[in-house]
Design a protein around this ligand. Structure first.
Ligand SMILES: Nc1ncnc2c1ncn2[C@@H]1O[C@H](COP(=O)(O)OP(=O)(O)OP(=O)(O)O)[C@@H](O)[C@H]1O
Ligand SMILES: [Mg+2]
Length: 448
């Protein structure tokens, strides 16, 4: 066997680089955890605790948590992963024994009289109450439990390792997102129901009819494509495997076509299954590594596998915001190619009402009309950001009041002026000309 000798100086350099990278990763993890906690505290109105965290760690000042993640999602995904791996729920808490010493909350610093006062105030405030939501037992994973991976015993260890990776990508049904949370997307929802939900609910009607085997959702960023898939995971009785772009494939660089094969094997095993390929262009675009042999093999395996699901209960749902970069042969496999559009005026009004009503705010129709007129080309995600920013304006005022030690309870609600101020800060992610590209592409290649 050939041995490779690195010069000593170089190997030291590599080890040091590695150490440095590990240190950086650990620091970043710590920073991310603090931000997730900060968001959780703010979302649950635990403002003075959030303030202490912010003062001590500068969390929440220069960065904020991305839209699609929060502590609850992290915990739920960990629970599902654990359940899949060990067929039982992980134990997160244990009751402390009577004589057991709980670690003191603060080691060096004692709370000031002012902090004690605000904490007392918060405890009396009824908004202080919150619940830790536990995973419902009735999750998709109970289906998986009835078909544990042990059934794959005769397969090679490489195959099992890949299957293990894929099973980790199964989306739990407990995300708590339903189609009702997908505002103004009713026609897209109907197509997804026709393709995935009705054939399972009314098999007698679909016995002879060919159902759709692939749907591609395309459209500008932030219009709710991924949200729809998450809702589908909760609403449909089929298993949803979320194939996330390159990280998923890159571990098996050069062998990704094997991964595709295992993916469809696992999907058939757990069928009815929806394979959800988010941002499919990252995996199968025409320009992406187009000359690379491995990439070519990957794409052709994907085509073969999609062709092979005709008579199975496996369905492929994909999303993209670059539909024009997808290989034509692959595009043809998606019988439905549906634009998830930017919301029109009525839809934006609904979105404002939806996001504000979540936190108990209600706006008059005249106010909504003003917001709607100022948000042309805003996506659902942009509208959500405006609502968040308007609410943050009020939260910042409350924080300031707490900081000053003001004892009077701040009951100020979000007003239309806050929304207009928020609108000065937030601009849409897409311009009219860029949006036109989606409409043009849809006229040529769409299939609704
Ligand atoms: N129609 C909608 N109804 C309710 N919320 C929406 C809607 N569209 C977007 N949002 C909000 O914006 C967030 C981001 O949307 P999502 O991630 O689904 O966008 P996307 O279309 O997948 O974007 P991208 O193409 O960039 O991946 C959602 O989690 C949701 O909170
Ligand atoms: Mg998305």
């Amino acid at each position: 066997m050939m041995e490779i000798h690195l010069p000593i100086k170089n190997s030291w350099k590599t080890v040091n680089n590695l150490k440095e990278n590990l240190k950086k990763e650990a620091q970043e993890r710590k920073r991310n955890i603090l931000h997730l906690i900060f968001k959780y505290l703010v979302d649950n109105n635990l403002l003075s605790v959030a303030e202490v965290l912010q003062n001590e760690t500068q969390t929440g000042i220069h960065y904020q948590v991305c839209d699609n993640i929060d502590l609850e999602i992290v915990l739920q995904e960990y629970q599902s992963y654990y359940y899949t791996k060990f067929q039982k729920q992980p134990k997160i808490l244990r009751k402390t024994a009577e004589n057991e010493q709980v670690a003191p909350l603060k080691k060096e610093r004692k709370s000031t009289a002012k902090e004690k006062q605000t904490l007392k105030q918060e405890k009396n405030d009824d908004t202080f109450q919150f619940e830790i939501v536990t995973l419902s037992k009735d999750s998709s994973l109970s289906d998986i439990q009835s078909k544990p991976l042990i059934d794959f015993e005769n397969y090679s260890s490489e195959w099992r390792e890949m299957a293990d990776q894929i099973i980790k990508q199964i989306v739990p049904k407990t995300l708590g997102i339903t189609f009702k949370d997908c505002i103004s997307l009713s026609s897209t929802i109907e197509t997804l129901k026709e393709a995935i939900i009705y054939p399972l609910s009314y098999p007698q009607l679909f016995e002879k009819a060919c159902t759709w085997r692939g749907v591609l959702l395309y459209g500008p960023p932030g219009t709710g494509k991924t949200l729809l898939a998450r809702a589908l995971a909760c609403e449909s009785s089929s298993t949803l495997i979320n194939v996330t772009s390159s990280a998923f494939i890159s571990k098996w660089r050069g062998e990704s076509e094997k991964m595709v094969k295992v993916l469809f094997d696992v999907a058939k095993f757990y069928s009815p299954t929806t394979i959800f390929i988010d941002e499919i262009d990252a995996l199968a675009s025409t320009s992406h590594d187009s000359n690379h042999e491995a990439s070519r093999r990957f794409k052709s395996e994907l085509l073969t596998q999609i062709d092979g699901i005709m008579k199975t209960e496996v369905f492929v749902l994909a999303t993209t915001n670059n539909p024009w970069s997808i290989d034509n042969a692959l595009l043809r496999r998606f019988e439905k190619r549906i634009l998830v559009p930017l919301p029109d005026k009525d839809s934006r009004s609904e979105l404002f009402q939806y996001y504000f009503s979540k936190n108990g705010y209600d706006f008059r129709n005249e106010d909504l009309a003003v917001f709607v007129n100022q948000t042309e080309n805003f996506s659902g995600s942009d509208v959500k950001n405006v609502c968040k920013e308007a609410e943050m304006i009020v939260i910042r005022e409350k924080l300031e009041q707490i900081r000053r030690g003001d004892k009077k309870k701040c009951t100020r609600q979000v007003k239309s002026g806050d929304v207009l101020n928020a609108l000065k800060k937030i601009k849409p992610c897409i311009e009219q000309n860029d949006y036109k590209k989606y409409l043009d592409w849809g006229r040529k290649y769409g299939a609704t």
